[in-house]
Ligand binder design. Structure first.
Ligand SMILES: Nc1nc2c(c(=O)[nH]1)N[C@H]1C(S)=C(S)[C@@H](COP(=O)(O)OP(=O)(O)OC[C@H]3O[C@@H](n4cnc5c(=O)[nH]c(N)nc54)[C@H](O)[C@@H]3O)O[C@H]1N2
Ligand SMILES: Nc1nc2c(c(=O)[nH]1)N[C@H]1C(S)=C(S)[C@@H](COP(=O)(O)OP(=O)(O)OC[C@H]3O[C@@H](n4cnc5c(=O)[nH]c(N)nc54)[C@H](O)[C@@H]3O)O[C@H]1N2
Ligand SMILES: [Mo]
Length: 773
């Protein structure tokens, strides 16, 4: 029987006292009470270290405490005094450890010694670094490079990422999926086609100049909390913030800065001025409605001779495809817009009014856009909306995809990509005198398919928890054990380390917060934030794990053991002094990383040049492109008993890292096996708060995907939409259920059925108040 969650409605603003006490709690839990708080003062400061949690921008003039509750949790979790030693592994078989929860596994502390899996005892046993490198090199050389996948999770630095992809390409593979393939790949596919850059165009200072902010599908409170500061400042200036989200997310409603004593007393600021509870996947329809209003208002202005609503000059000079898009909007039927978006037209008029009244608009979005079947089209719809009034490439305006991991955007910038055309292969060939593979490699979904088919034989993981993060868990785990080679470079123990292949290594690495001492002295690393600014980061704490190595040192060790010597690369020199790796990055990308070593500690980071910011469009036709969506008006599921499930993050987690089993702002304490449901749907299904249900995926592919004992929680969510937590619910996501064009698993809209479990559960605590809709 699963642990039952308590339901304790949270009625305070986000931030505030609750955040402070949560920070104190995690520091003491991780045994970093005194030291931890000193370390926090260096977080996100020029000359300090860049937070390992989210990728939000770091201001040039930081606040005295430039961290949030979740950043503090991430820091405490990394610099914990606890370690996982060979003694721990001698006591537990992998079979036993597989029964532990994600929280229990990581809670053991930092991995401290390289380990090799021993089949006879079903345990990890210690191994010398050199021996590990030698055997992994021999294994890699015995495999076809096309059958080897080199995965990256978005935390590794620019230096480590550059070295990793170079090693992999010299070995002969292009298989570089990364966490971005489950995340903002939708953005990386959509934006280049329409505005010629793969990333967002806003800078932090645009938030000071904007006069309207749109938000689509992002839970800022939990997932980029420092962003609440610019939002709060904007709200205080009277800037309308228009939010689209099926769930009422606390921090998007009210926020109290926990570092401001006055606000702690008076109770915070309202954040969203409009909150639209759109249907799952309904954003494109809602945006079509807004654009229809804008175009109709302009048509009226033209006939009446009033001031134009569209930015006619911008559209004329900079864009292509406007007429087709305008025709599409004029022809769109309000009944279709309403049924697909789940919003009434008055709500859409209200959003359109805010948009039209503003001179400069920023549009932010997160996984609520990217992790849908039609996410690529929705991202392009957001661009359509912005283009109507020239809201790209001017101060206070732009598109702002909020990235996930702290360097996920940067990894793509320095060559971690499975798509050959995105990597300067000729340059690599010229600099290092080898012929890099020119074929397209495997994305995350492709890699999973390859593992299921048995075509993928070797898997090297630079961080992350692949097996837990990907869809189709019930098939993936058995298939994974068919791998010949699994190499996991990691800081903490997780599920992906516990399903061994024939040859399995667990290699402990340093984290970014630690002092990385090499022969030339302590090393700095760098990363790129969500606004394409590059920051240097210096480790601050002496590493606790005794025998861990830095990621660059591990990659160099693997490269030297695998590759033939190459006169043009001195891996040892790179490890001795990372500034040489930065020089190599600059040589590879001279426009992007000009004067890299000199500029990396500029306060606020140095912005990479982005053509779209200057209204230069690196698209095939040299214009910013309006596009007509094909699937904006997908109606709700036809059958009454089908629900749409979204899988999302709780406040107490960072992806598959579970700090606590709480989700404070949604009022959940001590349990993660819950499903949020509209009370009217509960009535229709004969369910009470606290009953448990079995959720099963609606698909006719012969695979059974079910999850039982999910506790029902009444919640303010649209009818027929339900929500549960990632990664617990990943077992319900079919591998083939992904965003068209980007292959990002469509984790926010899985068609499911719900059946009440036979034994009803009793729940403590009250009901979550449902605001009138
Ligand atoms: N503390 C913490 N910080 C994190 C992470 C973490 O786990 N913990 N993860 C990091 C990573 S890798 C990422 S990618 C980001 C993720 O940050 P988010 O993008 O916020 O991701 P989710 O938590 O999955 O939440 C998605 C949001 O989209 C909404 N949503 C779902 N479907 C729809 C829809 O169809 N339309 C609209 N408009 N909204 C919808 C959900 O209600 C929810 O508010 O955060 C990063 N930062
Ligand atoms: N159903 C569903 N699935 C999802 C999502 C969803 O919303 N719903 N979200 C998707 C998204 S947006 C993402 S980004 C992926 C995340 O997928 P991943 O990035 O693969 O997963 P994480 O949970 O971030 O990885 C955590 C592990 O990284 C290791 N680690 C931490 N820090 C370091 C470091 O500095 N170096 C190294 N080498 N290792 C380190 C630790 O061992 C830790 O256990 O999951 C995706 N999966
Ligand atoms: Mo992500």
């Amino acid at each position: 029987m699963r642990q039952k969650a308590k339901v304790e409605p949270y009625n305070a603003p986000a931030g505030g006292w609750g955040s402070l006490s949560a920070v104190v709690h995690i520091l003491s839990q991780e045994e970093v009470a005194m030291l931890g708080s000193e370390i926090l003062l260096k977080q996100n400061k020029p000359g300090g270290f860049m937070c390992v949690s989210c990728s939000w921008a770091k201001p040039a003039k930081p606040r005295p405490f430039e961290f949030c509750e979740n950043g503090a949790k991430a820091t405490a979790w990394e610099v914990t005094g606890k370690t996982v030693t060979p003694g721990f592994f001698s006591q537990h078989t992998l079979t036993e450890l597989r029964s532990w929860s994600d929280h229990q596994l990581e809670e053991q502390g930092r991995l401290s010694t390289p380990m090799r899996y021993d089949l006879a005892s079903d345990k990890y046993v210690p191994v010398e670094w050199q021996e590990a490198f030698r055997e992994i090199g021999a294994e890699l050389n015995a495999l076809d490079p096309r059958s080897v996948v080199m995965y990256t999770s978005g935390r590794a630095s620019l230096e480590a990422s550059y070295m990793y992809q170079l090693f992999g390409r010299m070995y002969g593979t292009s298989n570089f999926p990364d966490s971005s393939n489950m995340c903002h790949e939708t953005t990386s596919v959509a934006l280049p086609e329409v505005i010629g850059v793969p990333v967002g165009t806003v800078l932090l200072e645009d938030f000071e100049r904007t006069d309207c902010i749109f938000f689509f599908g992002h839970n800022t409170t939990t997932n980029a909390p420092r962003m609440l500061h610019p939002l709060q400042e904007a709200a205080q200036r009277g800037v309308p913030i228009v939010t689209f989200n099926p769930l009422r997310e606390r921090g998007l409603e009210r926020f109290t800065n926990p570092q401001n004593p006055l606000q702690m007393v008076v109770g915070g600021t309202r954040i969203s001025s409009q909150y639209h509870q759109v249907r799952l996947g309904g954003d494109a329809a809602a945006i079509a409605g807004i654009c229809k209003c804008v175009i109709q208002a302009d048509d009226l202005a033209k006939t009446k001779g009033g001031p134009r609503v569209l930015d006619v000059d911008f559209i004329e000079q900079h864009t292509s495809g406007f007429e087709d898009f305008a025709t599409f909007c004029r022809n769109a039927q309000w009944s279709d817009i309403e049924s697909a978006s789940g919003l009434g037209r008055e709500a859409i008029f209200e959003a359109a009014d805010a948009y039209m009244a503003a001179k400069a608009v920023i549009a932010n979005y997160g996984m609520g856009v990217t992790q849908h079947r039609h996410g690529v089209e929705t991202a392009k719809m957001i661009v359509n909306l912005l283009l109507l009034r020239g809201n790209i490439g001017k101060p206070g305006a732009g598109i702002s995809p909020i990235r996930g991991h702290s360097n996920v955007q940067g990894q793509r910038t320095v060559g971690i990509s499975e798509k050959a055309k995105l990597v300067p292969l000729d340059k690599l060939a010229e600099l290092y005198g080898f012929e890099p593979p020119r074929w397209d490699g495997l994305s995350t979904v492709d890699a999973c398919e390859g593992i299921l088919k048995g075509d993928v034989r070797g898997f090297v993981s630079l961080g992350g928890n692949f097996l837990r993060a990907v869809p189709e868990r019930s098939l993936m785990e058995p298939a994974w054990s068919g791998l010949r080679l699994s190499v996991q470079i990691a800081t903490k123990l997780n599920r992906s380390h516990l399903v061994p292949g024939d040859v399995t290594y667990l290699l402990p690495c340093l984290g970014r917060i630690e002092i990385d001492e090499q022969t030339s002295g302590p090393q700095a690393v760098s990363m790129e934030d969500s606004t394409a600014c590059i920051h240097g980061s210096r480790g601050q704490r002496r590493p606790v794990p005794e025998n861990a190595r830095s990621e660059p040192a591990i990659i160099a060790g693997l490269a030297k053991a695998t590759l033939k010597p190459n006169q043009k690369i001195d891996w040892d020199a790179w490890v001795a002094d990372y500034s040489l790796v930065r020089d190599a990055i600059e040589r590879t990308y001279p426009d992007q990383f000009r004067d890299f070593n000199r500029r990396m500690f500029e306060p606020g980071g140095f912005p990479r040049p982005l053509a779209a910011r200057e209204r230069k469009w690196k698209t095939p036709n040299g214009k910013a492109n309006f596009t007509v969506p094909k699937s904006a008006f997908v109606p709700p599921p036809e059958h009454d008993d089908i629900y749409e499930l979204m899988t999302l993050r709780a406040d107490g987690q960072f992806n598959t890292t579970i700090y606590t089993e709480d989700d404070r702002f949604r009022g959940i304490v001590g349990g993660r096996y819950v499903v949020f449901m509209n009370p009217a749907d509960m009535d229709a299904e004969g369910l009470k708060q606290g009953d448990t249900v079995t959720v099963s995926t609606e698909a006719d592919d012969g695979v059974e995907r079910t999850l039982s004992e999910l506790q029902v929680v009444a919640y303010d969510i649209p009818r027929r939409s339900i929500a549960g937590y990632y990664p617990e619910c990943n077992v319900l996501v079919p591998l083939w259920h992904y965003a068209e064009g980007s292959k990002v698993p469509a984790a926010k809209s899985v068609p499911v059925r719900i059946v009440k479990d036979v034994v009803p559960e009793i729940i403590e605590g009250g009901e979550i108040p449902i605001s009138a809709k």
